[in-house]
Ligand binder design. Structure first.
Ligand SMILES: [Zn+2]
Length: 127
């Protein structure tokens, strides 16, 4: 129990995401496929979305137990962090937070990608 509470905020974060994934996956199935067995959910996860894949899988498995989504695989494709400079238009890929443009040293830096957690597609088992 103590261990659970020690990691509480992290688990809660992934639990919330897992709940959202389940809700969105359910909602995006066409009516004729409602109740069909979902095999795989393909996700795009930004490097800066702060998602721990093992935690997300753990939460997803816990939520989907005894539902048509039980056993579905979560496939996570990592999305690089891309930033653009508002001053000179330079675009670059970075590994972590960056707040200055490497081309002109401006601080007007905007993230184009890297924070997203998107459901790209859902694979359903066919009879
Ligand atoms: Zn610049």
């Amino acid at each position: 129990m103590n261990l659970f509470f020690a990691t509480g905020p992290r688990i809660m974060h992934e639990m919330g995401l897992a709940l959202q994934i389940v809700e969105i996956a359910k909602a995006s199935l066409p009516p004729e496929l409602a109740g069909a067995r979902i095999q795989r959910v393909n996700l795009k996860v930004g490097k800066m979305a702060a998602v721990v894949p093992e935690s997300l899988r753990f939460c997803f498995a816990a939520i989907t137990r005894n539902t048509p989504m039980e056993g579905a695989e979560l496939f996570m494709q990592e999305v690089a962090v891309v930033a653009r400079c508002g001053a000179c238009g330079h675009e670059w890929t970075l590994d972590g937070p960056a707040f200055r443009c490497p081309a002109c040293d401006s601080g007007d830096v905007r993230m184009l990608s890297g924070r997203e957690l998107d459901i790209v597609s859902i694979e359903v088992e066919k009879d």
